[in-house]
Design a protein. Structure first.
Length: 82
């Protein structure tokens, strides 16, 4: 593997039951199709943040997807220049 994990991020436990979690996952499956993947604006970190919020455990730390946010801003500026 070429990827090294920086650290484990511990989040609180969800209060949702298994059926509710399955419903959340079904919604996310529809809302995050593979064809909608965008390295800067809609990647696995965005999915994880959305998922954790829907589980009611809060957001993932902002540093997790900081690089994607910075890249998206730079890309937007470059697109505006063209």
């Amino acid at each position: 593997p070429d990827h090294r994990y920086r650290q484990t991020v511990r989040l609180p436990s969800t209060l949702l039951d298994a059926e509710s979690i399955e419903a959340v996952l079904a919604d996310l499956k529809r809302e995050y199709p593979g064809t909608g993947y965008d390295l800067l604006r809609r990647n696995c970190c965005h999915f994880a943040d959305d998922f954790s919020q829907r589980l009611g455990v809060g957001r993932i730390p902002r540093w997790v997807y900081r690089l994607a946010r910075i890249g998206a801003r730079i890309d937007a500026v470059l697109q505006g220049i063209r």
